[in-house]
Design a protein around this ligand. Structure first.
Ligand SMILES: [Zn+2]
Length: 220
């Protein structure tokens, strides 16, 4: 990291604050790989767990991660080996599915690293102790922000079938993992990760279809 960040050994040669070189949770020298991946602090452990839980592709294993994986997450791609090589990539639905999975992986890794770093700064600089619920809310907020931007892009910016298909392949399985979402979820602002809104919307629609118009009672 070219010693850009003031962590770990940066502080060890400053006597008044030399203890700042150690992680307050683990007691080991703080390096970026420790902060983002190996630290036993609640935010690091919980955010990795939430990201892995959000990963909906049971046939594609979550990759082994190190600092290089995080720094180079923009180049991450899930294996193409299981795609049908006889079909051109654009006509191969399996390939489109893998492209969506690759984009989702980039989103999850980049956002989790950013959030862990942000919470680390709040913890070290402002001495904030984040609760389990607070960390989970911050994670859902950051992921749903990405989802909402993609939804808006499909309807108001790009508006083409290729991009809409990509957004469907990125998010649909994530949303389906939690809820029974409506078919037109991409146009619904209410359908979010970690929300029961999708299920309730479908249930609401089902109940409305079952409503019977009762005859008015006779006038007395
Ligand atoms: Zn630690």
């Amino acid at each position: 990291m070219h010693e850009v960040f003031k962590i770990g050994d940066f502080w060890s040669c400053i006597p008044a604050v030399s203890e700042c070189c150690l992680c307050s949770t683990c007691g080991t020298t703080e390096m970026m790989s420790h902060i983002l991946i190996h630290c036993c602090s609640r935010p690091t452990r919980l955010i990795w767990r939430l990201a892995k839980e959000a990963w909906p592709h049971t046939n594609i294993p979550w990759p082994e991660t190190n600092l290089g994986t995080i720094l180079g997450c923009g180049c991450l791609s899930v294996s193409q080996a299981i795609a049908n090589p006889r079909q051109p990539p654009d006509q191969n639905p399996r390939s489109a599915h893998l492209r969506g999975a690759s984009c989702l992986l980039k989103i999850l890794i980049s956002e989790l690293a950013f959030l862990i770093w942000a919470l680390y700064c709040e913890r070290v600089i402002h001495e904030k102790n984040h609760t389990h619920q607070e960390i989970k809310s911050r994670w859902l907020n950051i992921i749903n922000s990405r989802l909402t931007k993609d939804k808006i892009a499909t309807s108001k910016i790009k508006r083409n079938k290729g991009f809409t298909t990509l957004v469907l392949n990125i998010w649909e399985k994530v949303l389906h993992k939690e809820n029974n979402i409506p078919n037109n979820w991409i146009n619904m602002h209410e359908v979010l990760v970690g929300s029961c809104q999708g299920r309730s919307l479908r249930q609401h629609a089902f109940k409305e279809s079952q409503v019977q118009v009762l005859p008015k009672p006779p006038l007395s």
